[in-house]
Ligand binder design. Structure first.
Ligand code: ADP
Ligand code: MG
Length: 331
């Protein structure tokens, strides 16, 4: 697949932030040399998974053209996001790439009826001239997520359940008929019992609406069920990426192995255990500041070389893994 024929082409993207800490030399590479592509002809669900503080949201901001990369570039449908300057081009980009955020209650003001957002989106992106024309469009989008305009009419956000309101935010994202949905932890605030129903919507959208989805999550269980491919992020780096069955059924990177062991099945207690794994606190800046592999301090297989130089990206068994252990297996 050539870069220009791709839906999305992420080309060696790095984002460096200035921070006060001396441990990391005053600089934190929140996203570090990340590359991947989504095919324009084959819609897919691409998961980006990793603990909190791995750089997932920073990468999402770059993909949404909300933040410029320090190095590298992003092409969407062949166009370098850095060349989007005019309001018109920005609107056209926003129409095609729609976000779904973690907290639906931040997306929707408590003082406004949720339908107002939906009508507004339809009009703003030129799908309708007025509310009357917008009504069938809004209803259609709501039906795609298992709701209807009649069900949400006159309702304020607090009158809907967490699951319902997150469905409404997916419906809102669908109104402009996007080519890509970028969902950043869309179910982390939704009750565990409702998560699968919501992430399954992404599958349905991929299959029926031909929309590609970037699904950002720290929950490997849902990623496993809905994604086609997955990239595992650790402290700015993608440490392993490939087809989801390969990466999660048989993880090669020691970090993916740790993550995968912590979520064999999506039961409540295992989710809790998983949540514990992601609370790292001060370890975070220390790991970002580490020379060589960011996982070296926790890795059971650590070798001297891991602490000296960044590990290479090795192609092995149908995926890419950033780890010295597999250098001899490279093919
Ligand atoms: N604007 C910023 N300035 C400085 N540091 C930031 C900024 N945004 C994020 N970071 C840092 O970058 C790292 C990655 O954050 P983030 O992308 O939010 O990770 P995730 O979404 O995986 O939890 C964290 O250490 C975070 O504190
Ligand atoms: Mg985040």
């Amino acid at each position: 697949m050539s870069a220009s024929g791709a839906l999305l082409h992420v080309d060696h993207v790095t984002v460096s932030f200035h921070i006060g800490s001396f441990i990391a030399g005053g600089r934190l590479m929140a996203v570090n040399d990340v590359s991947f592509s989504l095919d324009a002809d084959r819609p897919e669900i691409f998961a980006i998974a990793g603990e909190s503080g791995s750089g997932k949201t920073t990468l999402a901001r770059v993909l949404l053209h909300d933040l410029d990369p320090t190095q590298g570039k992003v092409l969407f449908e062949g166009r370098d996001l850095a060349t989007i300057k005019s309001r018109r081009d920005a609107m056209e980009f926003m129409r095609k790439v729609q976000p779904v955020f973690q907290n639906p209650f931040e997306t929707f003001s408590p003082l406004r009826r949720v339908e107002d957002y939906l009508f507004e989106t339809a009009i703003q992106f030129g799908r309708a001239k007025n509310r009357r024309d917008a009504a069938p469009i809004v209803d259609e989008a709501l039906r795609l997520v298992g709701l209807s305009l009649d069900e949400v009419r006159q309702r304020y956000p607090h009158e809907l359940s967490g699951g319902q309101i997150q469905r409404v935010s997916v419906a809102r994202a669908l109104i402009p008929k996007p080519h890509l949905i970028l969902a950043d932890e869309p179910v982390s605030m939704v009750d565990a019992s409702l998560r699968m129903a919501i992430v399954n919507l992404f599958k349905k959208l991929r299959d029926e609406q031909k929309v590609s989805v970037i699904y950002i999550t720290h929950d490997l269980a849902t990623a496993y069920y809905i994604s086609d491919r997955i990239a595992i992020m650790l402290r700015g780096y993608v440490v392993e990426s490939g087809p989801v069955e390969k990466v999660l059924d048989n993880p090669l990177h020691p970090y993916t192995q740790l993550l995968q062991e912590s979520v064999p099945r999506p039961t409540a207690s295992e989710r809790e255990q998983w949540a514990k794994h992601i609370e790292l606190g001060t370890m975070e800046v220390k790991e970002y500041g580490r020379i060589g592999c960011k996982y070296a301090g926790r890795c059971p297989h650590v070798m001297d070389v891991c602490k000296q130089t960044d590990p290479p990206d090795v192609e092995v068994e149908g995926r890419t893994v950033k780890c010295y252990l597999y250098l001899d297996d490279a093919r």
